[in-house]
Design a binder for this molecule. Structure first.
Ligand SMILES: [Zn+2]
Ligand SMILES: [Zn+2]
Length: 139
């Protein structure tokens, strides 16, 4: 039986695909390691996808990766209904069959409206929003 003498030699082992913590190890591994969800990940599934397996997708077209959603409540927009708060919901999205990654933006109001932005378009929008917000914030 091996005993570990020096506890300070322990290091975190993180998934080489998604970066998630797997465990603490005392001896370096020979190569990269993957967490269990990444080992079961469907071909083409994004490292940030919460689902991973996509085993419930009947057709490849049904397999869509969704990452963590961020919700921004909108204070200036009218409420879409009783006790409903207007909001923007933003998520990373991958349509696996089409090979398209996007920044998905859904505006929750009376009728939900959504758009897919490419990564480049999302960066442009973010830069423009910052510039204009700074301009409006001056006065
Ligand atoms: Zn992983
Ligand atoms: Zn996925």
């Amino acid at each position: 039986m091996t005993t570990i003498q020096n506890a300070t030699d322990w290091t975190d082992l993180n998934c080489s695909s998604c970066g998630a913590f797997i465990c603490r190890i005392a001896v370096p591994l020979g190569g990269p390691a993957q967490c269990q969800p990444c080992q079961n990940r469907a071909p083409g599934c994004a490292s940030w996808c919460a689902e991973g397996e996509h085993s419930d997708a009947l057709f490849l077209d049904d397999a869509v990766c969704w990452g963590p959603e961020v919700v921004i409540p909108l204070s200036l927009e009218p409420s879409p209904g009783l006790a409903l708060i207007p909001s923007l919901e933003i998520s990373p999205r991958r349509q696996i069959a089409r090979g398209v990654d996007s920044v998905y933006v859904c505006w929750q109001h009376l009728f939900g409206t959504d758009i897919d932005l490419s990564v480049s378009e999302a960066r442009q929008l973010a830069a423009v929003l910052l510039t204009i917000a700074d301009r409006v914030d001056v006065d």
